[in-house]
Design a protein around this ligand. Sequence first.
Ligand code: NOJ
Length: 556
Amino acid sequence: MSTTELRSDTPAPGAVADVDWWRGAAIYQVYPRSFADQNGDGTGDLAGVRARLPYLRDLGIDAIWFTPWYPSPMADGGYDVADYRSIDPLFGDLAEAERLISEALEFGIRTIIDVVPNHVSDQHAWFRAALVAGPDSPERERFWFRDGRGEHGELPPNGWESEFGGQAWSRVIGADGVPEQWYLHLFAPGQPDLNWGHPDVLREHEEILRFWFDRGVCGIRIDSAALVAKDADLPEVADEHHPGNHPYVDRDELQGIYRSWRVIAESYGPERVLIGEIWLPDAERFARYLRPDVLHSAFNFDFMASPWDATALRASIEQTLDVHAKVGAPATWVLSNHDVTRPVTRYGRVDTSFSFDAKRFGTPTDLALGTRRARAAALLAMALPGAYYLYQGEELGLPEVEDLPLHLIDDPMHARSGGVDPGRDGCRIPLPWSGNRPPYGFSPNGHRGETWLPQPADWAAFTAQAQAMDAASMLSLYRDALRLRRDLPALGSGSLSWRDLGPDVLAFARDDGFVSVTNFSGGPVDLPAFDRIWLTSAPLEGGRLPADASAWLEST
Ligand code: NOJ
């Protein structure tokens, strides 16, 4: 087995010192199933990613974050992991992953993997053993097995609800067909929750971190990071809980768990980082995870979920920068990921904010308007101090696919909502690379089979190939912006100072006279005095910045 070490002569990606690369990086999220299919089975694979590394280098990113690539029954798109030390045969094998990690490094691109500590697959060896071993066995103590309530144990142990809808408990049916205990799953039934009060669970995850750090990965994205610890008494959820004492959200003992992870990451050197997926409404509680001995970084979903509105976005930016500064952590800026509605669709709606609860079929959108705003949002977000995360297809301006045939929807959120929630597959459609019809170069030339989710018939103009030749395309905008983000020392990590251009304009200066201006008003606005225009998201109108547009200026 070959082991890829992070070599010290690896070119430093980004404008910041190597060990601090993550503070201002541009990190590209690959959803392997839908990125590029090299073997022609209609599902993306690691060979497909390897073949597209030049595309990613030319895009100007510093790192790739891979959503889970491990063996999985795919009850939740790979977030149901059956074995952390291997690769799903759909995607390749461990040797292929090692090759990918080392080849990416040769392109100056680091690798971040996804670790899912809250739960495993119901096909994971531990859970299978727990089922066989039966009630009161040590094997069951690694999970949350409980007897049911009611005369015959027919009611779940408590009333907790799954994040995907429905109850968070499923009942085991014994080999003799007789129902027995229940087990907890905050997500789908195929994702039993681990008991982090059990020493095996901590030990196992420490070994998993080492396994992948030994193979040269530079970062770990921690899935559902604030849900991992549970109150062992499993009390009901009340309307209010003292911070840190909710039965399963943001419990104080998580800090200790992640401190132990931090020690492991740092034992591999300062450039190995831990990035939390943390959805919390309370920014101060969020920032506790980013204290210097806990996680390095976490996704800033408040900004992503904010409506397209100058006041709301400014408030989000200020609060974000404020709470991060207090703990010395860099902010992150995110417009999309594999869970949320694509920005061009979201920003074209009447309600431009994002919330899982509000997702419904048939919500109208104006894609031309949404695309203008998504272009402006990209420049705004990439100009802010900190790291920028982009999700595959964002750079192509792909819309959410909202008319998938119902029987093809794979995401458990759809079925568990009783068919009310469209689910997340609309942002997980296989990428269009080239050509005029499906599979648009996603699968090899001549491939006639279906891609795992169907691609729209009208995506020819969205292909990377078509957009690479068009200076006005979304891809060209992202390439230009990411290149400037690398070349201009003012961008990436650092600070900002606001410029007042009125209530409907967000304008701020970074160092070296770099100024970013975004116009949220209904009409064009004057730009401040400038020496040069670096980039705009839309052509100026008579020298003025049009509505729903951003400009990057040099203004000394
Ligand atoms: C967050 C992931 O981003 C999402 O895709 C997944 O369904 C849940 N965590 C459960 O693992």
